[in-house]
Design a protein. Structure first.
Lengths: 286, 317
């Protein structure tokens, strides 16, 4: 897909995120906006997904056998995942309006409990997604399935001990069909990561555990496309791949960037209007 | 004396190992994970038969639960194994989110539950695991009584789709369950019929309850002994049918009274048929180091205590 097409989809996804969070006056817009370009580039280009041959619609199969699968470990950025899944055709786009409301399948944090197509695991309690992704990658190997497992974590999430249990396990077991990302936006709830719990050098840490580490600007679509191609070329070398993805929280909305203020705050009516004015409605609002 | 006798004593964890050995040969979807306790969990035959289906996680239980959940997504039937303390309490949130809430077909199979772990002491003697696991929506909780039943339960839970906590122990205990007895999840087994008091027991306390019935028989009291190997879902029908005959009951378990089998039974009967109930279990206390039999005596988890509680329950009718 052309970079410009992906950029165009990302604009709509950002509109969806803002409208969803505004609609229920809760949720996490900052990190969702920051990771929009990654999720769009994954689902609309990099990932090989199973499509219905007659109408090109996505077919959801829990096992993810013979297709690429993505796991969101930092589940609080659910709005971006929900929007991308809906825009990809996993479930009706209009369902995005139910986000975080009672009787919705779009829970505050993603879960397969409500049988929402595209969701394979619950996340929200941090630090668990990488382990799950590794398990799926190992199941793929047992099944002689050559498709790829992707997993996104937050940089604040690196505080969790389980992340490092998984970091130690994957290279030991040569899980080389896995591409993981850390959203390095430098922020966590109580402030900048370097003040709250300094990750120091994530590249050195993961390399010491045995990972191949790449870097990318996560808000540059063209750079993301190239990086994902590079990463895929590195698969199958007995080493899992970690991509340190520098992003800006709130990317795409000028007054939401450069601050941690919008981690878990919804815009009011006026702020929503101001934000939407900066993003083209490319695919039609839900 | 009761009709129950035994020729050998074996540990329930070896029953688990035998069940896994059977599954290694019969069910290619079964995989096993272990957090650096292969010998304790008796997994050697499984690993020998299908090394590609075994995953050593090292001493990293939280990661093990997540990997197990991932393997289940990929269509496998993972048994995540370690000591009961590390496989439940230590990783409660991982089980809650990545297994129970996510509805994954993961079997958490844990040895060394309860006081009978012995000399290692209270850090390892979890007495809260049944309660922790039964509180999770959708979680099946099973605590078989001997080697044969643990083997049968292991095979049965592999054939059941959904999250299961399978709890067993370290010491050798009498093997009295028939080798060919079918294990039906959620179906209690009446071992001795009686009319004066119902004894509902699970795990290692089932044999002690049989011995308690002998003690009571000498006093002219006919106790009914029922093996509740599945704490959740509870066989409420079997419980109700029994107490309708006996009008009083004792629960017996190697677990905290708070949150265990007795708790589940009391909760059920409170809303259907409230009756005098006495509880044999650990009473809001941690364990300690010692020989398993000495610990069970000290904490009142034996046939004598069960018989005493039965007399008390009868006196309250």
């Amino acid at each position: 897909m052309q970079t410009q097409e992906l950029v165009s989809i990302a604009s709509q996804v950002r509109r969806d995120i803002l409208r969803m969070v505004h609609g229920c006056q809760s949720g996490h817009p900052g990190g969702s906006l920051g990771c929009t370009d990654l999720l769009v580039s994954l689902y609309f280009e990099a990932m090989s997904l199973k499509l219905n041959t007659t109408n090109d619609q996505v077919v959801f199969n829990m096992s993810g056998l013979d297709e690429d699968v993505f796991f969101l470990s930092n589940g609080h950025i659910s709005p971006v995942l929900y929007s991308v899944l809906a825009r990809k055709g996993y479930f009706p786009v209009k369902e995005l309006s139910t986000f975080r409301k009672i009787n919705s399948r779009l829970q505050g944090h993603p879960t397969p409990h409500e049988h929402l197509e595209g969701i394979r695991i619950a996340s929200g309690s941090l630090g668990q997604g990488l382990s799950v992704a590794i398990g799926v990658a190992q199941a793929k190997k047992l099944n002689n399935d050559s498709s790829v497992v992707y997993c996104l974590m937050g940089d604040g999430e690196q505080n969790e001990g389980q992340v490092w249990e998984a970091a130690m396990y994957a290279p030991h077991h040569k899980v080389d069909n896995l591409i993981a990302f850390i959203d390095v936006n430098g922020q966590q709830i109580d402030g900048p990561t370097e003040k709250i719990m300094n990750n120091r050098d994530l590249q050195l840490k993961y390399e010491a555990f045995g990972w191949k580490v790449l870097h990318v600007n996560g808000n540059d679509m063209a750079e993301l496309q190239l990086c994902l191609k590079d990463a895929k070329n590195l698969l199958g070398n007995e080493t899992p791949i970690m991509i340190l993805m520098k992003t800006e929280m709130g990317a795409g909305v000028d007054f939401m960037m450069g601050s941690h203020k919008w981690h878990g705050v919804a815009p009011n009516d006026q702020q929503l209007e101001e934000a939407l004015n900066q993003l083209s409605e490319t695919l039609g609002d839900y | 004396m009761s009709k129950y006798t035994y020729e050998t004593k074996k540990d329930t964890r070896s029953g688990f190992g035998a069940g896994m050995e059977f599954l290694s040969l019969t069910n290619p979807k079964v995989v096993a994970l272990c957090a650096d306790l292969i010998g304790s969990l008796k997994l050697e035959p499984f690993i020998k038969n299908c090394p590609e289906r075994f995953f050593q996680t090292g001493i990293a239980e939280a990661n093990m639960i997540g990997i197990a959940s991932g393997l289940s997504i990929g269509g496998y039937i993972p048994f995540a194994t370690t000591f009961a303390n590390f496989g439940t309490g230590r990783v409660y949130d991982q089980i809650r989110q990545s297994v129970a809430y996510s509805g994954k077909n993961v079997k958490i199979a844990c040895s060394h539950a309860g006081l009978t772990l012995g000399e290692d002491g209270a850090t390892h003697q979890i007495l809260e695991d049944i309660g922790l696991m039964k509180m999770l929506p959708g979680m099946v909780v099973i605590n078989p009584c001997d080697y044969n039943q643990t083997k049968a339960a292991t095979i049965a839970v592999a054939n059941y789709t959904g999250p299961v906590y399978l709890r067993f122990g370290r010491p050798v205990v009498p093997v009295f369950t028939p080798e060919d007895q079918e294990f039906i999840i959620g179906k209690a087994i009446t071992l001795i019929e009686g009319s004066d008091v119902s004894i509902f027991a699970t795990g290692h306390l089932v044999w002690e309850s049989i011995l308690a019935a002998d003690i009571l028989k000498e006093k002219g009291i006919h106790a009914e002994v029922i093996n509740i190997h599945t704490i959740k879902p509870l066989d409420t029908q079997a419980i109700l049918e029994s107490v309708k005959k006996t009008s009083c009951l004792v629960s017996a378990e190697e677990h905290q009274i708070n949150g265990g089998l007795g708790d589940s039974i009391a909760q059920f009967l409170a809303t259907t048929m409230p009756l005098p109930q006495e509880f044999v279990g650990v009473n809001d206390s941690f364990g300690e180091s010692g020989k398993p039999a000495d610990l069970m005596d000290k904490y009142g988890l034996n046939a004598v205590s069960i018989a005493e509680k039965a007399l008390k329950a009868i006196s309250r009718k």
